[in-house]
Design a binder for this molecule. Structure first.
Ligand code: CO
Length: 294
């Protein structure tokens, strides 16, 4: 799933904002007035179960940066439409940033809540770039997703090892379900599996929409004569993919495919953002943009 950014909409909104408020002068010699903000950007989810993740991130960000106002945006148009029908209004990153220009923010840290720097992350980068060149803010900088550097990979491996079910025995597997993408960054998933297996050879990483596919994960587990596995989403929220593609009763769900291969499956419906070990990585990444605002 992905959404397109619309630089046209951004420009239109910004022109309206700048012309009605006379903010075009915001960047000229007005250095004394500094208003810093954080914009958290997620794909979004309409599942009630996913709200735990978002609330956890919101609380941790506000605790880490208590003096900085925090705003939210969802990149998914479909999710925003669904939520609007329930009376919940979420902004796109473009609209959220235009509103922040209107509110006279001068420095904005846009923090991606994505897992990898894939297609959605790069769409967000384009949006942030458009706001940079239009000059609505003095500075607007995008923070990295969960896994960007090798240091992030190490922290992510540690976070996974710390959050797998305590009752799991060594000869039982853990299968993580990543989203996957056509974007070159999809390589992160196999790289993560490699680094995980250096520490625990029975942890596997597959994806719904990329490589490695569930069939490969199944083959690897059969080779190791695995009889039981825990299934966990490697996505910030336990939303639609976790509930249906991973743990659903449909014939093509991971649970069905692996059960049919003789592997007992125990789904764990918790998104990574429900665990502090992962959230801390995103929260720390906000320090990157903020360090440029001094
Ligand atoms: Co999807």
């Amino acid at each position: 799933m992905r959404t397109k950014t619309s630089v046209g909409i951004v420009m239109l909104l910004l022109c309206v904002v700048i012309s009605t408020n006379g903010l075009a002068s915001a960047g000229h010699g007005n250095q004394a007035i500094k208003k810093v903000g954080i914009l958290l950007v997620a794909f979004g989810s309409s599942e009630a179960s996913a709200q735990v993740s978002f609330e956890n991130i919101d609380n941790k960000v506000k605790a880490a940066y208590p003096d900085i106002p925090v705003r939210w945006a969802y990149t998914s148009h479909i999710i925003r439409e669904k939520l609007a029908k329930q009376g919940k209004h979420l902004d796109s990153p473009e609209v959220a940033l235009a509103k922040m220009v209107d509110e006279k923010f001068t420095h904005v840290a846009v923090q991606s809540l994505h897992t990898i720097g894939g297609a959605e992350y790069h769409d967000l980068r384009k949006t942030v770039g458009a706001f940079k060149s239009l000059g609505g803010f003095q500075k607007v900088i995008l923070g990295y997703p969960l896994m960007a550097s090798q240091e992030d990979m190490v922290r992510t491996v540690d976070a996974i090892l710390a959050t797998i079910p305590k009752e799991r025995k060594e000869n039982e597997a853990i299968v993580l379900m990543g989203h996957g993408t056509h974007h070159p960054s999809n390589a992160f998933y196999a790289a993560l599996m490699f680094q995980l297996q250096l520490k625990d050879p029975n942890i596997f990483v597959g994806t719904v929409e990329g490589y490695p596919e569930v069939d490969l994960v199944k083959e690897l587990m059969l080779k190791k004569k695995i009889k039981k596995t825990y299934l966990m989403p490697f996505m910030s929220v336990a939303g639609d993919h976790a509930k249906n593609d991973m743990a659903g009763d449909e014939e093509d769900s991971w649970k069905s495919i692996l059960t049919k291969a003789g592997i007992e499956c125990v789904p764990v419906l918790k998104g990574t953002a429900e665990f502090d070990e992962f959230v801390d990585i995103w929260v720390d990444h906000i320090r990157g943009p903020l360090s440029h605002f001094r």
